[in-house]
Design a protein around this ligand. Structure first.
Ligand code: ADP
Ligand code: MG
Length: 626
C-alpha cells in the first residue's frame, strides 16, 4: 500500500504561512500535539466504557522525546490510533480545512498573535517547527493495519504501511533549521512545565540519545535500550479537579506555592465548581497585596481541561478579578478556534457573571460569619473590593453591604452603619448626611481637629483609588455627600440652619477683605469673610472639593485634562468673628498688612503649604513682630 495525494487543490499552500505567521509563539506546537495525544487516550477510554471497545485500555501515557542527532522530536501516545482512512479524513481533510479557516480568520486580525496563544492551530501547528512531519499509527480497531503518513510541508502527502506494533500514535517532527533550539532538554522541559504541569494523563519526558545494545530481535536486528531516566513531569490530579470536601487548608496553600513559588500566603480562596449552564472549575486566591504595583506579577492561569492556555486572561475574566490569583479551567474556552471561537463570546460573558457572583458571595459570607477576621483582612482586600465596585455594577450592589469605611480612630463601619452613626450631627440643612474624609491625615491635621472639636467624625480615604471611589460612591448613594475636611471651613462643610451671625458691619467686612487681598497679592487665592465660631482659626485656606476632584482625576488620566491644567486656586476664609480680625481692623495701616500676611502664612504653615522663600520671609517677619 502506497498512496500519494494532494491535501488540497483548492486552497493556496498554507504551510509557508504557518511557518512564518506565528514565529514567536511557535512553542505551542507541543501543547497542540500533546493535547491531541491526550484526546486520543481519553477517546479510547470513552469507547471502552461505552462497550465499543473490548480490548485492554491500560494506563494512558504520552511520551515526549527528542533525538538531537537525527533532529527529531517525537510525541507518542497509547490512545485509539488511526487507520489510513481516518488519517485521510481527520488529518488531510478536517484538520487541514480547520487550519486553513483559522489562518484566514486571523491573518488580518490585529490581535492575531494573542489569539494564537489561546486558540491553537491544531495538528498543523507542527509545521511551525518541522520541515517534515511523520505519523506512525495503529488503530484500536480489530484487524487494523499500521499506517504511516508523511508530509514535507508542501500540500503533497504520502500514505503507506506503517511500522507501529502497538495501539496508538507517534508524531515524529523533523525539526527545521530555524527551530533547532527545541532540540534541547531544558528548552523542552520549560515548555512542558508551562503547558503540561497539570495534564490529566501522565506525560513522560526523556531523551532518546543514549542507547545501549540489548541483544537482537527475531529478525536479527539489534534491540536498543534507553539508559537515561525518564520522568513523569505532570500532576494528573491537580486540586482544582478534586472535591472541596476532600481538601484541607494545607492543600490549598501548598497548591498556591506550587503555582507561585516564593509568594506570600494568600488570605483566602474560592473553589469554583460549575456544571451548568457551562463547565468551569478552578480556585481563585485572594492575595495579600497592598500596592497596585505588586498586582501585575502573579496572574490567573487559564486552563482548558487541564491544558494550560494562557495567563493573559484579560477578556475572559472581569478586569477587577485579575487582581486575584489562581487557576480557571473551562473546556468552554476552547483550544480550537474553528470549532467554537464564535460562541466563546456569550460563554465568556456567562463565566464572567458567575465568577463575579461567587467572589461577592464569598466576601459576603466571610463578612457575615466572622466579622472580626474580615476586618483584619480588610486592609489587604479593600483595593480589590473598591476596584470591583467601581468597575462592575452587579458587584457594587453586593459589595456596598460589606465594603468598610475606616475613620481616624481606626474604627470600621459599613456604609449603612456609618450613615446611621454620623447622621445625628452631620446632616446638613438640605437633609444630606455629610461624610467628612481626610486623604492625608498628617497634612490635614488642623482640619480634622476643627471637625472633631464639633464631635464630627472623619474618615480616612488615602489610597490611590479613593479619589475615583469617592465620586462614584457619592453618585450612587442617595442623600450622602462626601467632603474632604480641607475643602472648606467647617461651618460650610456641613451647613446648618442656625447660622452664626457676623459681628462685622458691611463696611468693616469690605475693609478686611481689602486688607487681606493686598497682603496676599495673589489672584489664585480668593478671599472671603465667613461668620465662624470665635474659637475657630482666624484664617483657613481650602481648595474647593469639586475643583480638587477634577484636578485629581485629570492627573490620574480620567479624561479631565482641562481642569488638570488649571493652576491651583484656593479659598482664603477669614473668620470675621475672631478677635485677631478686630485687632487688625484697629491697627495702623502698616501693621495691618503685616498681621494679615502673618495670619495667612500661619494657616499655610499648618497645612504644609509654606515653603522656600515664603517660609524664610515668614520667619524674618515673625522675628520683627516679636
Ligand atoms: P482537533 O484536535 O481540534 O480536532 P487537530 O488539528 O489538533 O484538531 O487534530 C485533528 C484530528 O486529527 C483530531 O481531531 C484527531 O481526529 C486526529 N488526531 C490528531 N492527533 C491524533 C492522535 N495522536 N491520535 C489519534 N488521532 C489524532
Ligand atoms: Mg488538537
Amino acid at each position: 500500500m502506497q498512496e500519494r495525494g494532494n491535501i488540497s487543490i483548492h486552497t493556496e499552500n498554507i504551510f509557508p504561512i504557518i511557518k512564518k505567521f506565528l514565529y514567536s509563539d511557535n512553542e505551542i506546537f507541543l501543547r497542540e500535539l500533546i493535547s491531541n495525544a491526550i484526546d486520543a487516550i481519553q477517546k479510547l477510554k470513552r469507547l471502552s466504557s461505552l462497550g465499543q471497545y473490548a480490548g485492554e485500555v491500560g494506563e494512558g501515557l504520552v511520551e515526549v522525546s527528542f533525538d538531537k542527532d537525527n533532529k527529531t522530536i517525537t510525541i507518542s501516545d497509547n490512545g485509539l490510533g488511526m487507520t489510513a482512512d481516518e488519517i485521510k479524513k481527520y488529518i488531510n481533510q478536517i484538520a487541514f480545512s480547520g487550519a486553513t479557516e483559522f489562518l484566514e480568520k486571523f491573518k488580518e486580525a490585529k490581535d492575531a498573535k494573542e489569539l494564537i496563544g489561546k486558540f491553537g492551530l491544531g495538528f498543523y501547528s507542527s509545521f511551525m517547527v518541522a520541515d517534515t512531519v511523520e505519523i506512525q499509527t495503529l488503530s484500536y480497531q480489530d484487524g487494523a493495519e499500521p499506517a504511516r503518513w508523511v508530509c514535507d510541508g508542501s500540500t503533497e502527502f504520502e500514505i503507506s504501511e506503517g511500522t507501529r506494533t502497538t495501539r496508538g500514535t507517534d508524531i515524529i517532527l523533523h525539526i527545521n533549521a530555524e527551530s533547532e533550539e527545541f532540540l534541547d532538554k531544558y528548552k523542552l522541559q520549560g515548555i512542558l512545565d508551562k503547558y503540561c504541569k497539570f495534564l490529566p494523563v501522565s506525560i513522560k519526558f526523556g531523551t532518546k540519545t543514549n542507547y545501549e545494545e540489548a541483544g537482537e530481535d527475531e529478525n536479527g536486528k539489534p534491540i536498543t535500550q534507553e539508559t537515561e531516566v525518564d520522568n513523569i513531569i505532570n500532576n494528573t490530579h491537580p486540586i482544582w479537579t478534586k472535591s472541596p470536601t476532600d481538601l484541607t487548608d494545607e492543600d490549598y496553600l501548598a497548591f498556591y506555592s506550587e503555582l507561585y513559588p516564593m509568594s506570600e500566603a494568600p488570605l483566602f480562596w474560592i473553589h469554583l465548581n460549575v456544571d451548568y449552564p457551562f463547565n468551569l472549575t478552578g480556585i481563585l486566591y485572594f492575595p495579600k497585596v497592598k500596592t497596585e504595583l505588586e498586582l501585575q506579577r502573579n496572574k490567573i492561569k487559564l486552563y482548558s481541561r487541564q491544558v494550560f492556555i494562557t495567563d493573559e486572561v484579560k477578556d475572559i475574566v472581569p478586569e477587577f478579578l485579575m487582581l486575584l490569583h489562581g487557576v480557571i479551567d473551562s473546556p468552554e474556552i476552547p483550544l480550537n478556534v474553528s470549532r467554537s471561537f464564535l460562541q466563546a463570546d456569550s460563554n465568556v460573558k456567562k463565566i464572567n457573571t458567575h465568577i463575579t457572583k461567587k467572589v461577592s458571595d464569598k466576601l459576603a459570607q466571610l463578612f457575615k460569619n466572622d466579622r472580626k477576621s474580615y476586618e483584619e483582612k480588610w486592609n489587604d482586600i479593600s483595593l480589590f473590593v473598591k476596584y470591583g465596585m467601581l468597575s462592575d455594577d452587579k458587584f457594587y450592589d453586593a459589595a456596598k453591604n460589606f465594603m468598610l469605611l475606616t475613620n481616624t480612630k481606626k474604627e470600621l463601619y459599613t456604609i449603612d452603619e456609618y450613615k446611621e452613626k454620623v447622621a445625628p450631627l452631620q446632616t446638613n440643612k438640605d437633609g444630606a448626611v455629610v461624610f467628612l474624609y481626610a486623604s492625608d491625615p498628617e497634612k490635614q491635621h488642623s482640619f480634622i481637629q476643627s471637625a472633631t472639636k464639633r464631635d464630627y467624625d472623619v474618615l480616612v480615604l488615602d489610597s490611590p483609588i479613593d479619589s475615583h471611589f469617592v465620586s462614584n460612591v457619592e453618585y450612587k448613594l442617595d442623600k450622602i455627600k462626601l467632603k474632604r475636611v480641607d475643602s472648606d471651613v467647617i461651618e460650610k462643610l456641613i451647613e446648618k440652619e442656625e447660622n452664626i451671625s457676623l459681628i462685622l458691619t458691611e463696611d468693616e467686612k469690605n475693609k478686611v477683605k481689602d486688607i487681606f487681598n493686598k497682603a496676599i497679592n495673589n489672584t489664585n487665592m480668593k478671599v472671603d469673610i465667613a461668620a465662624l465660631n470665635p474659637d475657630d482659626f482666624p484664617v483657613t485656606i481650602t481648595m474647593d472639593e469639586f475643583m480638587r476632584r477634577m484636578k485629581e482625576m485629570g492627573r490620574l488620566g480620567g479624561g479631565m485634562g482641562f481642569y488638570g491644567n488649571f493652576p491651583d486656586s484656593y479659598n482664603v476664609s477669614i473668620n470675621g468673628n475672631h478677635q485677631l480680625i478686630t485687632k487688625i481692623l484697629n491697627a495702623s495701616e502698616d501693621l495691618q498688612k503685616q498681621l494679615a500676611k502673618q495670619a495667612v502664612d500661619l494657616a499655610m504653615l499648618s497645612q504644609g503649604m509654606l515653603t522656600g522663600a515664603e517660609l524664610t520671609e515668614f520667619v524674618s517677619r515673625s522675628i520683627n513682630l516679636i
